[in-house]
Design a protein around this ligand. Structure first.
Ligand code: CUA
Length: 183
């Protein structure tokens, strides 16, 4: 405890110890290694999707998502009444994040390619696709456009992984991947 002044007032004018230099160098190299994983992982990892991003107003995105859901709705999800939307292969598809749901439920065909438009209309949310662990930050005012080709059948959950308020833990969504219709 520094109750009394240090004996040597100019305490910082000491030569650097060799061990300090070694630790500083190690920490720097480790920092570089951690930094390089971001670049390497973008290339070899499967979590970071290549995407395009565009500015879009929340009103425009709502209008497009509504029109999309109305056009391709096939049924309603039991209990929740959320529309289940089954677009044709190759379509532009919309998924909207808001307090506190991912809307609508999508039904996609395995092996077919879609252009997924993803945005938020109110707040920052985190799109996290389970169990495949694809994660995308979702901001109002921007849409991510991702070219996707589902390669597994089944039911996939979407959760929000960016804290967005009292209902954050209930902010879920769903994607069904089904057998393709013959084309
Ligand atoms: Cu949306 Cu957390």
């Amino acid at each position: 405890m520094a109750v009394t002044p240090p004996v040597q007032r100019i305490w910082w004018k000491e030569p650097i110890e060799r061990v300090e230099l070694v630790w500083t160098a190690l920490a720097f190299l480790w920092g570089l290694a951690m930094f390089s994983t971001m670049i390497v992982w973008h290339v070899v990892g499967k979590q970071n999707l290549a995407n395009e991003a565009y500015r879009i107003s929340p009103q425009t995105f709502i209008a497009r998502a509504d029109a999309f859901a109305e056009k391709y709705k096939v049924r309603e999800e039991a209990n929740t009444g959320v529309p289940v939307v089954r677009p044709p292969a190759g379509a532009d598809i919309y998924l909207l994040g808001r307090l506190w749901e991912w809307w609508p439920v999508l039904e996609l065909e395995k092996g077919r390619t879609y252009r997924l438009h993803l945005s938020s209309i109110d707040w920052q949310h985190g799109f996290s696709l389970l169990p495949v662990n694809i994660n995308i930050q979702v901001h109002p005012g921007y849409e991510h456009v991702i070219t996707i080709t589902p390669d597994q059948l089944g039911q996939f959950g979407i959760v929000c992984n960016e804290y967005c308020g009292i209902g954050h833990h209930q902010m879920t969504g769903k994607i069904y991947v089904v057998e393709p219709k013959p084309q």
